[in-house]
Structures are given as structure tokens and as C-alpha cells.
Ligand binder design. Structure first.
Ligand code: FES
Length: 95
């Protein structure tokens, strides 16, 4: 079984089983954690989190909420990013 874990710094705030096709925001709701959202379509960046380990999908082409530089820092968008396998996420954006 794969897990999505939600951390802030080194503190584990919650976790849930990885559900294929569901976004990070949907996993957070199941884990009892609220990730703030606004557009829910990858444009505003409100839902930005930091990928610590594992894989979260990126939109193609990139939406206005992301650019290559911030992605290289680990930024992903919770409203459209879908995790695969074991994934650790920090609830704060990278910058
Ligand atoms: S809520 Fe706007 S980019 Fe995710």
C-alpha cells in the first residue's frame, strides 16, 4: 500500500492511502488536512505545496501557477497534481 504523507517541516500532520487519479487536495481532505484553494484549475498558485519525495504529476503545458524554476525547488499544485506511489509533501510552498 502506498501512502501520501503531509508534513510541515519535520512534523507529520496526516496521511492517507494513495488513491489513483485523485489530486493532492483530495488526498489532504481524506487525511483531515485543509490545503487552501482558489481557482482549482492550476492558475493561481494558492494550493502550492512542496514535493519532498515521490512523484506528483505536472500539467502539460505548464499552467500559469508554475514555472520551471519553482518546479525545480519542488513546487507542485495540489488542486491538479496527482500523486503516484509513496509521496511526502510539505504543506508550505518552496519559496
Ligand atoms: S487553487 Fe489555483 S492553482 Fe490550485
Amino acid at each position: 500500500m502506498s501512502l501520501v504523507r503531509f508534513l510541515r517541516g519535520s512534523k507529520l500532520l496526516g496521511q492517507c492511502k494513495t488513491i489513483p487519479g485523485e489530486t493532492i487536495v483530495e488526498h489532504a481532505i481524506i487525511a483531515g488536512i485543509e490545503i487552501p484553494t482558489n481557482c482549482t484549475s492550476g492558475n493561481c498558485g494558492t494550493c502550492m505545496i512542496t514535493l519532498l519525495s515521490g512523484k506528483i504529476s505536472l500539467p502539460e503545458p505548464l499552467t500559469p501557477g508554475l514555472d520551471e524554476e519553482i518546479i525545480s525547488e519542488g513546487a507542485r499544485l495540489g488542486c491538479i497534481g496527482v500523486p503516484t506511489g509513496d509521496v511526502d509533501v510539505d504543506l508550505l510552498p518552496p519559496i
